[in-house]
Write a protein that binds this ligand. Structure first.
Ligand code: FAD
Length: 116
C-alpha cells in the first residue's frame, strides 16, 4: 500500500471522487430550485472536464451526452450517479451496485444503526 503522504493513483482518486460525488448527490435538495439545478449542472460538467484521468473523463463525458444528469430531485440525481458508477464498474469488471440502496449507502446508513 502507498504512503498517505504520496499523490493519489487512479484507484484511490476514484474511490475518493465517488465518495464525494455520491455524498454531494445524497445532500442535493429533495425539491431543488432552478439555481440548485444550474449549480449542479455546472459542477458535473466541470468535474467531467477536470477529473485527472484522461481515459476516465473522456468516457464520462460521452456517457453524460448519452444520458444527461437527472437534476429533478435528490433520489433521481443519486440514482443517476449510481448508474454512471455502475457503467464504470461494468467496464472494469466490478460487481454492479443496487441503486435502490444508494441513499442508505451514502446518507442514511443501514437499518441496524451500526453507522450511527
Ligand atoms: P469504487 O468503484 O471506487 O467504489 C467505492 C465504493 O462505492 C464501493 O466500495 C461501494 O460501496 C460504492 N459503490 C460501488 N458502486 C456504486 C454505485 N454504482 N453507486 C453507488 N455506490 C457505489 N477507473 C478506471 O480504471 N478506468 C476508468 O475509466 C475509470 N473511470 C472513472 C470515472 C469516474 C467519473 C470516476 C469518479 C472514477 C473512475 N475510475 C476509473 C475509478 C474507478 O471507478 C474506481 O473508483 C477504482 O477502480 C477503485 O474501485 P473500488 O473497487 O475501490 O471502488
Amino acid at each position: 500500500s502507498i504512503s498517505s503522504d504520496c499523490p493519489l493513483m487512479r484507484d484511490d482518486l476514484g474511490r475518493a471522487s465517488w465518495s464525494l460525488l455520491h455524498t454531494i448527490a445524497a445532500y442535493y435538495p429533495k425539491s431543488p430550485k432552478s439555481d440548485d439545478k444550474q449549480t449542479m449542472k455546472e459542477f458535473i460538467s466541470a468535474f467531467s472536464k477536470l477529473f485527472p484521468c484522461p481515459e476516465c473523463r473522456e468516457d464520462f463525458q460521452e456517457e453524460i451526452l448519452k444520458d444527461p444528469p437527472d437534476l429533478s430531485d435528490r433520489l433521481s440525481l443519486s440514482k443517476w450517479f449510481c448508474n454512471q458508477h455502475n457503467l464504470v464498474n461494468k467496464k472494469l469488471g466490478k460487481p454492479s451496485f443496487d441503486c435502490e440502496k444508494v441513499l442508505e449507502r451514502w446518507k442514511t446508513g443501514p437499518e441496524d444503526g451500526r453507522c450511527d
